[in-house]
Design a binder for this molecule. Sequence first.
Ligand code: BTN
Length: 244
Amino acid sequence: GFNSVHVVQVLESTNKYLLDKIDHLENGQTCIAEYQTAGRGRRGRHWVSPFASHLYFSMYWRLEAGIEKASGLSLLVGIAVVNALEKMDVQGVQLKWPNDLYYQGKKLAGILIELNAQASDVCHSVIGIGINVRMPDHQGKLIDQPWVDLNSIAGKTIDRNQLSGLLIKELHTLLADYEEKGLSAFLPRWFELDCFLDKQVNLIVADKVQGGICRGINEQGALLLEIDKEIKPYIGGEISLRLA
Ligand code: BTN
């Protein structure tokens, strides 16, 4: 069965809310907020979180196999989000390695996974998902990259409760599958959704730019980049990917 969902009006960050309670959580426990005063993005950036506009969602999940399963986690979560959106008739959303969702070149959603792996065996993870649903005009101006929201893609009002329910269900199913079968079971789906597949890209690793052709991912969740007819895997948090 599904565990409880904490719906909170105002908090700093749904990720922080669960991280603060991490020793007392059950698998699948979820937090959703209407407003975040300190929404967290990747690389310590702020995640714009206006009141009652978007989905701010976090789920606790313990990876019994430990930290080595964590590298593919964001890719799997991206697939779960796309699946939930497709169930609401939102089509054409794509994934950008390692954890962004795009629609026609504009950012729709982001994933921030925070890990607590004190114990050597189990890895505690908080899976944070922020999805733009209805961007207020004055807020959109604060975002320093092209963005899009669900209501404009769908041409109708997307029900955040329905979306949350579908997302919880999808995450439960896919995370259980992932723990059992690993990322290899999801590779075909990733290749279907990868927005950069077979495109010329630039990979930025520690301020250095590496050009190449994107050839998808491997079973560890590493990005595969073809450079001079040779395919090399790239993995790690400090890498970003751009269209060349
Ligand atoms: C990114 O930088 O693309 C990741 C953004 C993740 C934002 C979500 S909103 C819900 C959860 N709580 C947070 O503080 N951040 C994530």
